[in-house]
Design a binder for this molecule. Structure first.
Ligand SMILES: [Zn+2]
Length: 117
C-alpha cells in the first residue's frame, strides 16, 4: 500500500488531473520547480507520488533473517493540486484542455501550445 489512510480528505475524491506516467512540475513547497514522472495516483486522497520528488527517509527494521534494516529512501505522496502537467511539446508546465477528436474520443491538450498530449 503506497498511500496511508487519512481521515480528513482535503481534496474532493476523484479529482486528480494527472495520471500515472505523466511528467509533472511541482508548483509549491520545498520541491518547487522539480520535475518528475508520476508513479502512482490516489484519486481518493487527491494525491500523487512523483519519481524523485518529495523523497523521504524511512527507517525499516529487518523482518526476515538476513535482511538488513536501516534507512531507505522512498517518494512520499503529495497533493495533486501542487503539481502541473509538463507539456511534452513545449516543455512548459501547463493546464490541461480537452479536445474532442473526429472519432469521438476525448484527448487532453496543452493550454499553451494547443498540442494533444
Ligand atoms: Zn505545450
Amino acid at each position: 500500500m503506497l498511500f496511508k489512510k487519512v481521515k480528513n480528505i482535503a481534496a474532493k475524491p476523484g479529482k486528480v488531473h494527472v495520471k500515472t506516467g505523466d511528467t509533472v512540475v511541482v508548483l509549491s513547497g520545498k520541491e518547487r520547480g522539480k520535475q518528475g514522472k508520476v508513479v502512482a495516483v490516489s484519486p481518493k486522497e487527491g494525491k500523487v507520488i512523483i519519481e524523485g520528488v518529495n523523497v523521504v527517509s524511512k527507517h525499516v527494521k529487518p523482518r526476515k533473517a538476513g535482511q538488513e534494516g536501516g534507512i531507505i529512501k522512498t517518494e512520499g505522496a503529495m497533493y495533486a493540486s501542487k503539481v502541473q502537467l509538463v507539456c511534452s511539446h513545449c516543455g512548459k508546465g501547463t493546464r490541461i484542455g480537452h479536445k474532442f477528436m473526429e472519432d469521438g474520443s476525448k484527448k487532453r491538450t496543452c493550454k499553451k501550445c494547443g498540442e494533444v498530449l
